[in-house]
Every structure is written in C-alpha cells, then in structure tokens.
Write a protein that binds this ligand. Structure first.
Ligand code: 1HN
Length: 370
C-alpha cells in the first residue's frame, strides 16, 4: 500500500475516533437532498380514520389513553409520528362525559372540530364550546383541559408545533401540576379549571375586526399567542363570502388567515392558521413554497396535483400534507360546490428566519418569485 493511501486511512480513522468527519466523505450526504429525512406528500382519508377511531373509542379507555387520538404519521418521517418536521397532528375522539385533565406545555396547540356538539376546551379560565369548523387555540404555556358535555361523540383535529419545539431542543415537558388559590386559603391542586370568564369571552371581546377593547388585560396566562382563543367557522365563512367580489390569488384562490386581534400578527408565533376557498370553476396555477402546509377538507372535494403526474385525491374531512418545496395546485373537482380547505403552515417560522420563499409557475412554464 502506498504511503498516501495509508496516511489517508489513518486520517479517516483518527478523525472518527475524535468525533470528526471529513467533508469529502460526507459530501454526498450533506449536499444531496435525497439523503435528507423529509416529509412526503400524503393524505389520510376520513373513511379510513373514522372506523379505526370509532373502534378505539370502544376499546381504549380514556384513563389509559390520556388523549384518545390517532396521530397523522408521515411515512417519510417514521418512526416519528409527525406530519412534517415542524407540525404534529392527530384526530381525537371524546365520548359524552369524557374529559382530559388540565395541563400545559411549551408547544402551541389548536383544535379544529370535525363532528359533534358539546365538545369544549377550557383555556385560562374560559370554557370554549366548539362546533364543526371552529378553531380553538391553546397558545404555548396556557393551561387547558378538554371535555364533552353533549350526548354524542366529539371528534376534532389537534395541530401542534411540537416537532419544531423538539427539533430546536426545547425539551418540552407536559405539566399537570395545576393549582388554584381562593383568597385567604391554601392553593389546591385540581384536574379541571374553574371557569372564571363569561361564556364566549373570546368572541365577545375580539370578534369585531379592527376594534379592540382598551380597558381589559390582553395578556392571558403565559401565552405568547393570541388572547382570542376561539375563532368561529361562521365568521370565517362570512369573511370569505365578503371577499368573493375580489379577484382571487392565481395560486391560492380566496384565502384568510386567523390573526391575533391585538398585534395583527399570527395567532401563535410559529404557525399560521387559515382557510382557502376555491370557488367552483377556479383554476389555480402551480406554486411552491419553502413552508409546509397541512390541510383539512372542511367542504367539497378535489385533488392536489404535483409534479411528475403525482396526485392526491381527497374528500370531506380528509387531512393531507404538502411539504416544503413541492410544486402543487389544488383542484376543486366539484363543478357546483366551493372548496373550503382549513390550512395550517409553518410559514411564520420560515419568515422569521428569513427562509420563506414562494414561486408561481405560469402556464408557459415560466417561474416567478412572489
Ligand atoms: C396535548 O396537550 C393534547 O391537549 C393533544 O389534547 C395532543 C400531543 C402532544 C403534546 C401535548 C391536548 C398532544 C398534547
């Protein structure tokens, strides 16, 4: 063996022993995107989720499950049960009378209701009742517990920024030690929150856009997110209906974002929550974003077309993910019904880091930055 070969071998060996890796050995892994662990486009069909969750509601007691949820697990990210490298999601089922005890954690969380009335989340003393399409927020650090006061199962989609918290080494912890103090008495640990706010506090306080009360405290618990915890589906529909007369975006159609009514910013620091409406007959152009988006089909049906002829077909209540970098367009395949997609993306995180980029591809193939 030549000296150089021997020297190269011992360079490799000695480096490895010291926790050092030669760039030229690692280069393919560093530079080739094919070697990265990334989320893939994927759809979870309601017709598949519903029977499994119904079965779980029969045979898995809440006391054992803590949260009776099936987690949307992206095949590209196994063994992690994550939708993307930033977004976690699950579909939860609460039978009448069932509840989850009060807790808090650094990741921000949200619920989006699919089915059933009588479900609620108590957040920082407010009992947020939910109906289909409503968004309930539990921004990072807020105490929350859940329940179902109705007489039918309640099913909702949970979305959290938990993978992001974990990837940033924010070793998050689930806290259950919740105490309440009555004046002059000792603090007592509780598993549910005493409701201290009037019914529909969030909506009563903030739901007239552009106007905020000036005599109230808008800091709620340790929240770094919106003080408005409930966004009603009916309000989203009303806003979208008012926008119909305006020209839609060529890629996204008509869309709205839920915002923090005090700052005008996103409802939680990391994620954006909103709704896309593709009117019947609307033809979208292809686009690609550096952010990843998860969708739930709240109304209508259609498909997501991607490059190389890849297609995801979806129907009402289906949940799907379009990961970062994917060229895509959503097609409303129902000629007589508007498509309504509830959407959560990590765009605010990418924007804050200077990573957010969006491109549109015109019909002739020209790519334009937006
Ligand atoms: C959580 O707090 C809930 O409040 C659901 O229902 C899922 C997953 C990981 C961490 C916290 C809930 C969760 C979670």
């Amino acid at each position: 063996m030549s000296t150089v070969v021997q020297e190269r071998e011992s360079l490799t060996k000695n480096s490895r022993q010291l926790g050092l890796t030669e760039y030229w050995v690692e280069r393919e892994i560093i530079e080739n995107p094919a070697n990265r662990t990334t989320a893939v486009p994927f759809v979870w069909h309601w017709k598949d989720i519903q029977p499994l969750l119904a079965k779980a509601s029969d045979i898995v007691p809440m006391e054992e499950a803590y949260r009776r949820a099936l987690l949307f697990s992206n095949p590209g990210l196994a063994p992690k049960a994550w939708m993307t490298t930033t977004i976690y999601g699950g579909c939860s089922w609460y039978n009448p009378g069932e509840s989850a005890e009060v807790h808090r954690h650094p990741p921000s969380a949200s619920r989006f209701v699919l089915q059933g009335n009588g479900g609620w989340t108590a957040v920082e003393g407010e009992k947020c009742m939910m109906a289909r399409g409503d968004l309930i927020l539990t921004p990072n650090g807020t105490w929350h517990n859940h329940g179902n006061d109705g007489n039918e199962p309640v099913i909702w989609v949970d979305i959290l920024d938990l993978p992001l918290a974990e990837n940033l080494n924010n070793s998050w912890v689930m806290e259950y030690d919740y105490y309440e103090v009555k004046s002059g008495e000792k603090a007592v640990q509780r598993t549910t929150q005493t409701i201290t706010k009037t019914d529909d506090y969030s909506v009563k306080t903030y739901s007239v856009g552009g106007i905020k009360p000036t005599f109230m405290d808008h800091q709620r618990g340790l929240s770094t997110g919106s003080p408005m915890f409930v966004y009603r589906w009916a309000d989203a529909v009303k806003a979208l209906n008012n926008l119909r007369e305006f020209e839609p975006d060529p890629c996204g159609g008509h869309s709205i974002e839920y915002i923090n009514p005090i700052t005008g910013g996103t409802v939680v620091p990391t994620l954006s929550f909103g709704v896309y409406m593709h009117e019947a007959g609307f033809q979208a152009d292809f686009q690609r974003k550096t952010s990843s988006t998860v969708y739930c089909v709240i109304q209508g049906k259609g498909r997501t077309e991607m490059d190389n002829g890849k297609v995801m077909e979806w129907d009402e209540n289906d949940v799907f993910v379009v990961p970062s970098g994917t060229w895509y367009r959503h097609v409303n395949t129902d000629p007589s019904n508007d498509l309504m997609l509830y959407a959560v993306s990590d765009e605010p995180t990418l924007t804050k880091l200077g990573f957010f980029v969006r491109h549109r591809r015109l019909a002739d193939g020209t790519i334009v930055a937006r």
